[in-house]
Design a protein around this ligand. Structure first.
Ligand code: MIG
Length: 660
């Protein structure tokens, strides 16, 4: 059951698609503090699940989190905000309910941080809708919540193939070279990503013609090889006279305004930019229509970046910092001066004070950015998603975004942002999967191998082993870091085998993804959602269920030759070196140490279940359901969802078939 409550007069977020009556009584479960905050006393064993894209574990208890979308490529355990904000969580234990704060501003969640037994929530202001969802089990609560917020975005099937990306590919030649290196080794590949360097001076909806002399031909050439080019689109529009996107935006008042009503100026990649005011329907329609510039050239997918929005600096901040630095440089730079110096310089970019300096028009009303900050990336993705319906009514277009909030899940997926080539981030990205699913984000995955920092070949391989299962399977890395295309490593052949395993499993992974989307369910779940009476699973933080068939237990530490797992029931261990070199073993309920050499992928098939496994192919277009055989327990079938992967007939009845 879902109940809706209203505090004050909220700004419409369009997160929810159902219009429930507003109840005029006290919000259950919580008590209110004098300053309007929410308090819930937690029992010793209560668990808090959710909050979408956030640091730390599956159980969110014991830390403080802030919903304020942040570009933070240095995030760690003590970070409070990441790229997206997802204000939905479930408290499970002495009580069982879900809560969604439908709110555009900043919320702080102290989940047993100041006091381990207290959940304390505060917000910028208290103009919000609060939804309380109850149900018999966590899965029911999630399902009910997901039906409230509408069906998740559906990616084309080719987007389940392996993707290679790196910030630093500069030309058609660079891309061709990547494609060739993969082809030469017959490593499956479905997409190569174009990062900002494909553009002309980082201008959205342009192509650098020196580097890509005939972009449409190049797209066609790659498509012949089965490779999709996926360009990046940034939020900021370069200020440059003669540049059509800039000129049109200025002329039609499509950009955010400063306090005096002039187009607001920030600086990002291209230098000075204006930010489209995606809250205006006419801006969304205009910006969305621009994607056709690339679609007409053969592009079928995009990633939206820097849409928190990230701001390198604003001119007035830059000036005041430079002035202050000049003053400080004349002092003797004692420790406090030195701290001030490093602090103000580091604080130039993504300074939340800058979010107060510009304004949107929301339903005809002028609203400062900081009041609706978390909705900015969402509305950029919505601009694209809405436009694709008319630009490409028949065919799915791949879209995923860096920033998001609930609502954006209907228009695109997300990637998990700028992680690092750290083992701890492998685990963190894994732990994030269920909470993202709770919030409606099913098409998602991490930058495999890690984005920032130098990767190592063992980390790459272990991360690929996790990526085998995530809908988005993309290797991406930052400019200046160690190159991490699979062919850079001595263990390339082992990497290749993992990618081939992925292609053998795509029919299953795609099927589970589609079922989860169409039934408003989670593809990835904590063990405790299914094994509710098992006390042990409540603290399992490094294993997840995938669909109804699998349990995942990735290896996420360096130099490991295996790992401990806990099995809440008997399961069949699968240890795979390649699609046709594997062993299986039935393990009893309980604790086990499972060996997994670096070149071995381990996963578990649940008792009485089986999954379809096919043959690999050089790209998804060449995959064929006819080769599927069941792996797992004998005497059982699997209900496979399968469609053409590109058109928009998603009927579950038409597309399900039982494989025996
Ligand atoms: O400030 O376009 O998250 O994936 O490679 C960095 C360059 C801007 C951030 C994205 C990352 C991308 C990078 N971008």
């Amino acid at each position: 059951m879902t109940e809706r409550y209203r505090l004050g007069s909220p700004i419409e977020t369009c997160a929810v698609t159902e219009n429930l009556p507003i109840l005029k009584k006290d919000i259950p479960f919580f008590s209110r503090t004098e300053d309007n905050g929410f308090i819930l006393k937690l029992d010793k064993n209560d668990i808090v699940y959710g909050l979408g894209e956030q640091v730390r574990g599956i159980n969110k208890r014991g830390w403080k989190y802030t919903s304020c979308s942040a570009d933070n490529c240095n995030h760690q355990e003590d970070t409070n905000s990441l790229y997206g904000t997802h204000n939905f969580f479930i408290v499970s234990g002495s009580v069982l309910f879900g809560v969604f704060f439908d709110y555009a501003g900043t919320i702080n969640y102290d989940i047993g941080y100041a006091n381990y037994d207290t959940l304390h929530i505060t917000a910028d202001d208290y103009n919000m809708d609060v939804y309380i969802i109850t149900g018999a089990i966590e899965k029911d609560i999630v399902k009910e919540f997901r039906s409230l917020i509408g069906r998740s975005y559906i990616a084309p099937k080719w987007a389940f193939g392996y993707g290679q990306s790196r910030w630093g590919y500069k030309s058609a030649e660079d891309i061709r070279n990547v494609a060739n290196e993969y082809k030469k080794r017959h490593i499956p590949l479905d997409s190569i990503y174009l990062d900002i360097d494909y553009m002309e001076r980082f201008k959205d909806f342009t192509v650098n013609e020196q580097a890509f002399p005939d972009f449409a031909d190049f797209c066609a050439e790659m498509k012949k090889e089965g490779i999709h080019l996926v360009p990046i689109i940034d939020a900021g529009v370069k200020i440059e006279s003669g540049y059509d996107v800039y000129e049109e935006g200025v002329k039609n008042n499509f950009f955010c305004k400063d306090k005096d009503g002039n187009d607001f100026v920030g600086a990002v990649w291209p230098g000075r930019v204006h930010f489209p005011d995606f809250f205006k329907p006419e801006t969304r329609e205009w910006f969305g229509s621009k994607y056709s510039f690339l679609i007409e050239k053969g592009v079928e997918g995009f990633w939206n970046d820097m849409n928190e929005p990230a701001i390198f600096f604003t001119d007035d901040r830059l000036e005041s910092v430079i002035n202050r630095v000049n003053e400080l440089s004349k002092s003797d730079m004692g420790i406090y001066d030195y701290f001030e110096f490093t602090g103000i310089v580091a604080g130039i970019s993504n300074n939340i004070e800058d979010y107060k300096k510009f304004f949107h028009t929301v339903n005809g009303e002028r609203i400062p950015h900081n009041k609706v900050h978390n909705l900015y990336g969402y509305n950029m993705t919505k601009a694209a998603g809405e436009a694709f319906e008319s630009i490409s009514p028949e065919k799915r277009i791949l879209m995923y975004s860096r920033s998001s909030c609930i609502g954006a899940h209907r228009y695109g997926g997300i990637w998990q942002g700028d992680n690092k080539s750290w083992w701890s981030h492998l685990l963190m990205n894994f732990q994030m999967m269920p909470s993202l699913n709770m919030a409606g984000f099913l098409y998602t995955g991490a930058d495999l191998g890690g984005f920032g920092s130098d990767t190592t070949e063992d980390l790459m391989l272990r991360w690929l082993q996790l990526g085998v299962f995530t809908p988005l399977m993309r290797n991406h890395s930052a400019l200046g870091t160690r190159e991490q295309e699979l062919y850079r490593f001595d263990n390339c052949d082992d990497c290749k085998k993992m990618v081939e395993i992925r292609y053998g499993l795509i029919p299953y992974i795609y099927s589970e993804y589609m079922k989860a989307v169409l039934k408003n369910e989670m593809m990835f779940r904590p063990l405790s959602f299914d094994f509710r009476d098992d006390e042990m699973v409540k603290s399992v933080e490094d294993q997840l269920l995938l669909g109804d068939e699998l349990m995942l237990a990735p290896v996420y530490t360096q130099n490991a030759v295996g790992r401990y797992v806990y099995l809440p029931e008997e399961m069949k261990l699968v240890r795979m070196r390649s699609l046709d070199d594997y062993d299986t073993e039935i393990l009893t309920k309980g604790h086990h140490y499972v060996k997994a050499d670096l070149n071995e992928l381990i996963f578990f098939i649940r008792k009485g279940k089986a999954i379809p496994v096919g043959k690999s192919a050089e790209n998804t277009a060449l995959l064929c359901d006819d080769t599927l055989v069941l792996m797992g327990y004998d005497g059982t079938g699997y209900a496979l969802y399968s469609d053409d992967g590109i058109s928009k007939n998603y009927s579950i009845d038409d597309n399900l078939k039982i494989i025996k």
